[in-house]
Design a protein around this ligand. Structure first.
Ligand SMILES: [Zn+2]
Length: 98
């Protein structure tokens, strides 16, 4: 199989992109945001993806209060990737805690 060209026209939702979106929004890194926009990710697409990941202002506030760093983790129950509020948070939003 030939390797896919890296310059795909649209921005697919890759784990790498998700991580960049999370970093850009949480740390308010303008350089990273600019870079994402330059690669064709619109403000609307970025916000939509952030919403899908569960990156809300509420989550950011929760993390600030807890002193933790939100990051992408894999749900221990269903293996979905989700935005975790910290090391204690291992279940995605669809899997209710016991
Ligand atoms: Zn889950």
């Amino acid at each position: 199989m030939a390797a896919q060209p890296s310059n795909t026209p649209s921005t697919p939702n890759t784990p790498e992109l998700d991580r960049e979106i999370v970093a850009a929004l949480i740390h308010k890194e303008q350089a990273l945001l600019d870079d994402l926009h330059r690669r064709g990710l619109t403000e609307a697409a970025l916000n939509e993806r952030a919403g899908q990941l569960g990156l809300t202002s509420e989550l950011i506030k929760r993390c600030r209060l807890a002193g933790t760093q939100p990051s992408l983790r894999t749900c221990v129950k269903c293996d979905a990737r989700f935005l975790s509020a910290g090391p204690h948070n291992r279940l995605c939003r669809r899997c209710p805690p016991r």
